[in-house]
Structure formats: C-alpha cells, structure tokens
Write a protein that binds this ligand. Sequence first.
Ligand code: GLC
Length: 741
Amino acid sequence: MIFNWGYKVKYFFTGILFMCCYIITTAQSNLPIYKNIKINIEDRIKDLLSRMTIQEKILQTSQSYVGNNDNPNNINKEEILSNTNPQIGSLIYYSDDAKMRNAIQTKAMNTRLGIPILFGFDVIHGFKNLYPIPLAVGCSWNVNLYEQACMMAAKETYLAGINWTFSPMLDISRDPRWGRVSECYGEDVYTNAVFGVAAVKGYQGNGLSNPYSIAACLKHFVGYGLSEGGRDYTYTEISNQTLWDTYLIPYQQAINAGAITLMAGFNNLNGIPMIANHFLLTDIVKKRWQLPGFIVSDWNGVHQLIEQGNVLNNKEAALKAFKSGVDLDMTDDVYKDNLLPLLNEDKIRITELDSAVYRILKVKFMLGLFDNPYAPENIIDDSSTQLHDKLISEKLASESMVLLKNKNILPIDFKHIHNIAVIGPMSMDSLDLMGSWIGRGKEIDVTSVYTALKRKLNNVINISFAKGADFDGTDTTGFEDAYKAAMTADLCIICLGEKGIWSGENASRSSIELPYIQEQLIKMVSKAKKPIVLVLFNGRPLALKNIEPYADAILESWQPGTMGAFAVADILSGKSNPSGKLDITFPLTSGQIPIYYSMRPKARPSSGNYQDISTQPLYPFGYGLSYSKFAYDSIKLSSSHIKKEEHLIARINVQNISDKDGLETVLWYITDKTASITRPIKELRFFEKKEIKKNNTKTFIFDIDPLRDLSYPDADGNKILEPGEFIIEANGQKASFDLIE
Ligand code: GLC
C-alpha cells in the first residue's frame, strides 16, 4: 500500500504555521500597546505617555552631547556605559561606531520603559564620502543627482548608527561675508526650495522606518542668513513681507515635502529671538504648516536667550522657549534643570509637556527605533557600492564646478602643452577640499589637485609643482620657485582659495577678496608670460577684480569634497565638459554687498550707481561657461494671454552648435511688470538641465501655472495673483503675455 503522505505533511506544516501565528499574536497581544508593532503609532504613543513619569517625559526633551571638549554638559561614553539607567533622550555627535552606539542604546532599552535614544549628527554634505558643499551643489542644477547623493549620505549615516541629520540648511543668504553662505543653495528662493526638497527626499527616502532612511531637520529657522554685516549670531531685521516672499518659502516647501523636524535658529528676528518666537514656531510651523515631528533648538540656543537680552536666567529661558514651541533642547540642559519646577509652579501645564514629548516620540516611532533600536553592525560596503558612491560624489563635484572664464586655453591642448606647472597653496592640499562640516570625512581619503593631475595626465605631460605661498601671511620666499616653475612650463595651473575653516559657522570675513599674498602670487607668476588657468577652492563668492585680469581661464571648484580633485583634472583635460552655473552672485568688490539678481527695480534705473566702481557684479547669478556653444532660439508661447485657471506653455529650442556634447541648464525667469507689492526685476521660477549632443537641438518647456508661478505672498502669507503683463525670460530671450481676469 502506498501511503499518500502528502496530505498529512501539508496539514502538519499548516498546523505548525497556525501555532506560530497564534504564539506571535498572543505574545504581541500580551505586550504593552506601545510595544506592539501591530498597533498604530498614535495609540502606541498615547499608551507610552500614559505610563511615563514626569521625569521620564522631561528626559525626552533634552539632547546631550557625548564629546571630549570642555562643554559643561558633556557626558562621556564611560559614564553612559557604567550607568544602569542613563538619563538620555537624545545624543548629538555620537557616531564612533555602530557597536558602541548599540551598547549605549542597549542601556536605554533596558530602562523601565525602554525608550530608545535618538542619535543626531551634522551630515551636511556627506558623512564619510563627502560631496560638494551645498553652495556648490546649487550650481549643478542637477536635482536628481543631488537627491541620490543625499540618499548615499543617509545610508552611510544610518550604518554609523545615526538616525537624524541637522540638514538641509535653507537660510537664503546674499551676504558672502557670512561664513554660513557655504551651507545654503545660494541667493535664490526657488533654488533653495527645490534643492532643500531634494535633500529631504534623499535623507528620508520612501519611509522613515526603512533601512538607510534618516530624519531630516530644516535649519536654521528663519532669516539667519540676513545676519547683520555678515557677522554670525547677530540681529536680523526682516519685514513680514520679505519673510513671506523670500525666507519662509523654502521651509514651507520642504515641510510640504515631508520634512519631519525643524531647528530654530540663533538669530534675533526683529527683536524676538527665533528660539522664543511663538508666532513663527507654533502658529506657522506647527499649526499652519503642520510640521509632523518636533522643533529642536540650535546648540545652547535656549540658554542664549539670556545673552540676547530676552530673559534673566535659564528658568525664564526654559519657560519662554518651551511656550514658544521648542520641543527638544539641544545640549544646554536648560529644560532638564527647569521644566519640573515650572510644572510645579503651574507655569507649564502637563498637557503642554505631553504635547512636546508626543512629537519627539512620534519621530522615534516613525524611524522604527522602538521596534528596531539597533544599527546593523559589521556591514562592509562591497567595492561596487563604494565605487558607485564615489562616482556620484565625483559627478556632483564636476557638475557643480563653474567655468567663469576661458580664453580658449581649456580644455588643455595636449598637442601643444607638454609641461604644466601646478602652483599655489591649494595645489597639494587635501584637507581644505572638504570644506566645513566634514562629518567623518578624512583628509587621507582626499586626493589633491596635483596628485589627481599626476595620476590622470602623467603619461601625457610633465607636471611640476611649486607652492609659491601660503593661504595668508606675508612670506614671499616661495615666489622664486613658483616663477621658475612657470618659466619651464607651457601652462600654469594656479590653485588658490580659502581654508575650509574660513567658511561655515562662526567664520565671517570682512572682505571677500583673496588674501593679498595670493593676489601677489598670481601677479608674480604672470610675469613669466605663460597661459594661466586659475582654479579656485572656496566656500563663498570671492571678489576677483584684482586677479581676474591675470588669468586666461578661471574654474570655480568650490569645496568639492572627497573626489573633487579628480573632477577638476577631468574638466581641465577635457574628459568632462563643465556645466555649472552660479547659484549666487560674485560681486566686483566687497563694497557691493548685498548684490543679487532678484533686486527690486530702482526709481531711476540708469542712475543711483556707485561713483567709484561699476554697479554690475563681476559674475552674475546663472553665469557659467561650457566647452560647448549653445544657441537659444526665441521663446514660443502657447498664447499671448491666459486666465488664472489656465496654463501657458513656454517653449525654447536650444542648439548645441559646437562639436562637443554638453549639458545645458535653462533658467526660466518671470517678471511681474506691475504689482500692488512691487516684485523683483525678475524671479527664477523653473529650471531644467539636459544633455544636448553636438550639433543637436533640444526643446525646453516651462508649463506655467499662474497660481504657482505668477503669484506672490503678501505680508500674511496669503497668495496674491493679479492680472497684468508678465515677461518670461530664458538666457536673455524674452516674451510677454497677459494674465487676464
Ligand atoms: C551648531 C550649528 C547648527 C548645528 C548644531 C549642531 O551651532 O548652528 O547648524 O546643526 O549646532 O551641531
């Protein structure tokens, strides 16, 4: 007899499966609600809140610093690991490795309620594998590539055990004396909004609890970029109209895109410090814009209300910041020390504390930290992943670089150029190619320009080196070597610029000219009468009036990150075709500041200029050369007039009339000729970047939606859309149309 065991086996495994499901379901149902992954987050938070003591709640509102500096609020790893009940809700800068991070997290998970720690870090332009600073990224106009770079950074960050980055920075800045101009996406509203949204999408991915997703944090809300005199941490005077039609827009768009947290800035806005600004933090960010997560203060920002003359002591500071809408206090322990007394004195209600803690717990739940509190350990990215990541960084660096001048000496003509002299303080430098906020980037991983040129071109040409001078100072003893190197070369590549610490936080400079010693160096080398390519590495626009005449070509390379030097070598050699366009104006001198493209029209357009210098910048917003030549046809409009509910299609053909394939970005500007509240001379409202093969033509289209593209906010943030004549412009081509009732 042949036994048909089939059905018995099938029923046996079905039974086992049923048993497993029953056990899991029963186990889950025996868990407290907040630990039950099957329950929705809102109910899990409410259940957890109902179990928390006041002290446990207050703990969640503080972020501590694990470090070795003299910060009085420092806690050290040993203290945490030895403490059975670490009093930690969130840690900043802790990222030595996933193992140690998990050891700290284990301590937290073993406390009474097992609430995970939220680990935060400044991942501004990469974590280990650094891509260009944000100011450079805006010049790439390649939003998709930037989103990929942010995804790459998020993965590296996640694998280091960090779940939250204090990025993107959305502070529009038009004052290059301010060091933090390096951290924004330039002077334009639309550019900062588009790249800020791309960063949020790149960091947060398609689900915060998915592996490799990290929480974004929009900063420094709001108006920090208008710091008086370009000096950091100062007063900012901004009218409500300008707040709404300029500085608030990128934040609103990024929150609409799903940004989960926001950081209140250091600046004192119109007399009310941002940390104590209830109207903007609560009425606008939380109520009108519906920020889904929480608001964190900037470093020691709550305590700093004292220095800003807004409160007498930390207790008042805690009250004012908390009531204004700051949920999480970064590193000054002011909440940890003062919220309980304020609750006992009925100055803060327990419901208000619950509301702040709810927001913080919500982010931890959304990140999946309750269900998966530990970072993966010993993950080694395979070489193909590492190569892929480096290629993204190098491509973004290349597309961020802007060719500002080229008297037909680039790309290098190897038929006639056999000897190159690489000169200047940035020639052999690696550290400063990374810029500020370098995360866990390491100098040893960064190649210098000289080395990259040697590696890429050594079999083609002879390359010599002479530093010539330091970044600053008065030592000219290196000039002779530089001159000799120039005399033996067919072409000089002079690498000048700024040290990474000359921009970023607390790095303002009264003048944006390069130090005199660097200006002297290029002038001296020019006496050798050889063609000069000036390659710049800087974290802000520079005033180049004094040195521009000595260069036959100028490549703005910014602070391009780990792979930046290879990108420079590929552009100089012609392997890559530069495609960057400035996202910020380069003034002629520091004296022109502030100068930006979207200024309001003057009462007398041809008058009111400087008597001593031109009123035009050296290089305007949107400027950038290519090895290709692009010819723009006229703009074609689908109609000469539209109603508010209709769309208008603008088209323009761009032909690559050169023999080199190239990438071209079409920047579409709109001018509202007459408005109740005067509008800028023109405003960028759309852009698109495409490859155009040699001798080919591509059509660029801007689909104009009047409410989106022709309106402007009033001083209360209400959209105003008024009929009248509008001008649309692309690369100097213009067309007009009417918006009718
Ligand atoms: C700093 C910066 C801010 C940064 C924070 C944490 O002071 O202002 O950009 O995210 O503190 O490092």
